[in-house]
Design a protein. Structure first.
Length: 95
């Protein structure tokens, strides 16, 4: 059986944000250190706008940061092509 998930307006909002170059405008205006930030202020603002305009409310998914369908989406479908993985912290566990 094929499961179909509706991602809502995330793709359209992301494409509109990119087409209008809001991310680049924000990155050019805001002072930020590229060595210390993995994501630019423009990309972070894009995520915020997608969440707000997509109607995501924190109380819709108690105990979860994102709705259940988000795990099936690729980041590139929302944010475009991502060339490297996010750095992760590796905590050592006692033996």
């Amino acid at each position: 059986m094929v499961k179909v998930y509706h991602s809502g307006p995330a793709g359209l909002i992301g494409a509109l944000f990119d087409q209008l170059r809001f991310g680049k405008i924000i990155d050019d205006i805001v002072l930020w250190d590229k060595k210390q930030c993995y994501l630019s202020p423009g990309t972070r603002t894009k995520a915020l706008v997608i969440n707000i305009l997509g109607g995501r409310a924190a109380n819709l998914y108690p105990g979860q940061l994102f709705p259940p369908f988000i795990s099936s989406l690729t980041l590139s479908s929302i944010f475009g092509l991502i060339t490297r993985a996010s750095p992760t912290s590796t905590a050592s566990t006692p033996a």
